[in-house]
Design a protein around this ligand. Structure first.
Ligand code: PMP
Length: 389
């Protein structure tokens, strides 16, 4: 079997597994306890926070451990908007902007805010799936409190123009810039200061770390209204006993991802080029991913118009290749991809996107096998293609 669904999840690194089990066995005290054993656990958490801070060039007190990027995104978006609503004079509107191609864990927060009466605008993307700066600028209002734009799109690999967006954001001192960085860490350089990003979300299981672990980086003295109330863990932003094994394993995964980034990017570029060659050899396929550097090297998305993506994914699986349709979080909905629709405005293309997501550990031979399986699948399924109506 060839696994090419690394954007859905990655196998944990052996060092991550070792850290998890060692800490679970040895460090069981509660880091909030005032006795010696609690103090030891607390020291380890402090150390993990510093490791992450160093890797991301931020301060330890800017690193908040969460249960995953979904929680980080919710904490960021609801945290900013609720804080702004608390401070706004009664009846004053609050406005928020989200890009059209965000992951469901961001996009659904804005849909919920809309139901709660918040004014929400959607920033459109160009045909590369990248936010259109001119149109974005026109959406910003004096009472816009937050803008969410991801680093790398999880379906297409499109890399957003974060530096340019950051420069725009800098002109609006009250506007908070939130970046979902899940698919970018370890693949591309991360420059939070350069992007002028105030909030940055990460997930453990996309970087060979643990599932159920995430990070929210909150830069400077930005105030958030917490989502989870109780104890004072994580600077009062996330009550609940700290997941000490998860936190330590997560910090390892972040450090290793950042250390390996340049080397992995180089390798992924080779795999990307090779995979692209195979896709280009199949005339039935339409490429949805922008070419590097407008796209990240590890994700390639191509549509087989007229063929339901699920059918093609299962046909590939029969040939021993594991791919995916859209994001794992939406794939069971069996609807055309919102991301591809926003980029292509074409239902047939949006309903037939296949995502190949690669890891630096893969070989050229594996990419060639994916290429042949893809060719064979397209040949086999061609007679079943729905004609355009
Ligand atoms: N954002 C993006 C871009 C993602 O790809 C994912 C994972 N599918 C998430 C957020 C959610 O991360 P987690 O699984 O840690 O909640």
């Amino acid at each position: 079997i060839i696994y090419a669904d690394y954007s859905a999840s990655t196998p944990p690194h052996p060092e991550v597994i070792r850290t998890m089990t060692e800490v679970m066995e040895r460090i069981y005290a509660n880091p909030s306890s005032i006795h010696e054993l609690g103090g030891q656990a607390d020291q380890l958490v402090l150390r993990a926070r510093s490791v992450v801070a160093q890797a991301l060039h931020v301060q330890p007190q800017e690193v908040i451990f969460t249960s995953g990027a979904t929680e980080s995104n919710n904490m960021a978006i609801f945290g900013v908007v609720r804080e702004a609503m608390r401070l706004a004079a009664a009846g004053n509107p609050v406005h928020a902007i989200v890009s059209a191609v965000e992951h469901p864990s961001v996009y659904a927060c804005y849909e919920q805010l809309k139901l709660e009466g918040v004014e929400v605008s959607i920033a459109p993307v160009d045909n590369n799936g990248r936010v259109d700066l001119k149109q974005l600028e026109q959406l910003i209002k004096p009472h816009t409190v937050i803008l969410s734009v991801m680093h790398v799109n999880n379906e297409t690999g499109a890399v957003q123009p974060l530096r340019e967006i950051g420069q725009l954001v800098a002109r609006y001192p009250k506007l908070v810039f939130h970046v979902d960085g899940v698919q970018g860490l370890g693949k591309l350089p991360v420059e939070l200061a350069d992007w002028n990003a105030h909030l940055y979300s990460l997930s453990g299981h996309k970087i060979h770390g643990p599932k159920g672990m995430g990070i929210l980086v909150k830069r400077g003295n930005l105030k958030l209204t917490p989502l989870i109330h109780g104890g004072v863990q994580e600077f009062g932003l996330r009550a609940g006993t700290s997941n000490v094994p998860g936190i330590l394993a997560m910090s390892k995964a972040v450090r290793m991802a950042v250390e390996a980034q340049a080397k992995d990017e180089e390798k992924l570029l080779l795999l990307n080029e090779r995979m692209l060659k195979h896709i280009h050899e199949i005339p039935e396929l339409v490429l949805n991913s922008p070419i590097c550097p407008l796209g990240a090297p590890h994700i390639l998305n191509a549509s087989f118009p007229g063929m339901k993506a699920e059918v093609a994914v299962h046909a590939m699986e029969e040939q021993g290749v594991i791919l995916s349709t859209q994001s794992a979080c939406s794939s069971k909905l069996h609807k055309p991809s919102r991301v591809l629709l926003a980029q292509t405005h074409n239902e047939r293309v949006a309903a037939s996107g296949l995502r190949i997501s690669m890891d630096a550990s893969m070989t050229i031979e594996q990419i060639d096998r994916i290429g042949s399986a893809l060719k064979e699948t397209v040949e086999r399924l061609k007679p079943l293609v729905q004609r355009e109506r």
